[in-house]
Design a protein around this ligand. Structure first.
Ligand SMILES: Nc1ncnc2c1ncn2[C@@H]1O[C@H](COP(=O)(O)OP(=O)(O)OP(=O)(O)O)[C@@H](O)[C@H]1O
Ligand SMILES: [Mg+2]
Length: 299
């Protein structure tokens, strides 16, 4: 029955021919017991397969926005909800969370909240068992998810004895086993050392590039992510101030919004201020791009 409902409420593709998988219209939310909007007047359109970074100071509303996208708001958190959120054509207010979690899977900042079984395999299988899937299908999906995250060797380990980075990968695998089209990640690298963080980010980038998974990631460490992102959203005080290609957003003065931009962007900006004419047509997003542009001029 729900399938029919979803089919009926599916929106047409975006005007540019891409499928609009996330559509947020005039969204606002006040948590119960508070007298301010945690997010306000949020409008967002994301196409299938896009990789989007959500950045901004602590408390600006990133987690709240992600909660709205997977239906935790309004189904779990109480409060005043305004506007609407369409996920894969379905209004989150009309759709139960267990259906939404198969469309938009969320990985939380602290993976310990998501892992509870005695083995990694059992943890990944648990939500699938809850869906009542046949045994064989569950086994196939667990294998697929373990392979996707390259964590096959962890299958029999207890999630509690894993490193923070390994735990995050298991949490992502268990969300992906639900086969969502959208992966929402809330500061997944915040408890990781720089090398484990880069390793996890590489895995996330691969999921987007190879498997066309739509990804929305809230993150403070932008350096490694930025060159791969299609869009960068900058939030402040519950509102989205910028939402565009990273190169365009980084032309703006965004440092004041608590965004740690790649050092190379800062260098080029400062050079522009003092030197006027520079060889770069655009802001280079990585050291590799910077060197390539420089080589082009020096040749
Ligand atoms: N469960 C809740 N009940 C009441 N207020 C909340 C709740 N969760 C968040 N808030 C408030 O909503 C606002 C936005 O918080 P949110 O957690 O979305 O910010 P954030 O950008 O994710 O911050 P951080 O970078 O620290 O994770 C803050 O003022 C916060 O105190
Ligand atoms: Mg947060």
């Amino acid at each position: 029955m729900f399938r029919d409902f979803i089919r009926k409420t599916r929106l047409p593709s975006g005007v540019d021919g891409d499928l609009r998988i996330i559509e947020v219209k005039d969204l606002g939310f006040k948590y119960a017991g508070t007298d301010f909007y945690a997010i306000k007047e949020v409008n967002l359109e994301i196409n299938e397969g896009e990789f989007v970074i959500l950045a901004g100071k602590s408390g600006c509303g990133k987690t709240t926005l992600l909660r709205c996208l997977n239906g935790l708001i309004p189904h779990f958190y109480e409060g005043e909800f305004e506007g609407r959120v369409l996920i894969d054509g379905v209004d989150t207010r009309d759709c139960p969370p267990y259906i939404l979690s198969q469309k938009a899977g969320m990985v939380f900042q602290n993976p310990d909240n998501q892992l509870f079984a005695l083995s990694v395999e059992a943890d990944i299988a648990f939500p699938l068992e809850n869906l009542g899937l046949p045994r064989e299908e569950i086994r196939d999906r667990v294998e697929w998810a373990l392979k996707l995250l390259k964590i096959e060797e962890l299958r029999s380990r207890s999630p509690f004895e894993l490193s923070a980075g390994q735990k995050q990968k298991v949490a992502i695998a268990s969300v992906l086993a639900m086969r969502p089209k959208i992966l929402l990640l809330d500061e997944p690298t915040s408890s990781l050392d720089p090398i484990s963080a880069k390793n996890l980010i590489d895995a996330i980038i691969e999921l987007n590039r190879k498997h066309r998974l739509t990804i929305l990631i809230s993150e403070h460490r932008l350096t490694h992510l930025i060159p791969h992102a299609d869009k960068l959203a900058i939030m402040d005080k519950g509102k989205i101030l910028y939402f565009d290609e990273p190169r365009k957003v980084l032309k703006e003065d965004v440092l004041m919004y608590g965004v740690s931009i790649p050092r190379v962007v800062e260098v080029v900006r400062e050079m522009r201020k003092i030197g006027g004419c520079l060889p770069f047509r655009e802001v280079p997003l990585s050291v590799d791009e910077f060197i390539r542009d420089l080589r082009g001029v020096l040749r």
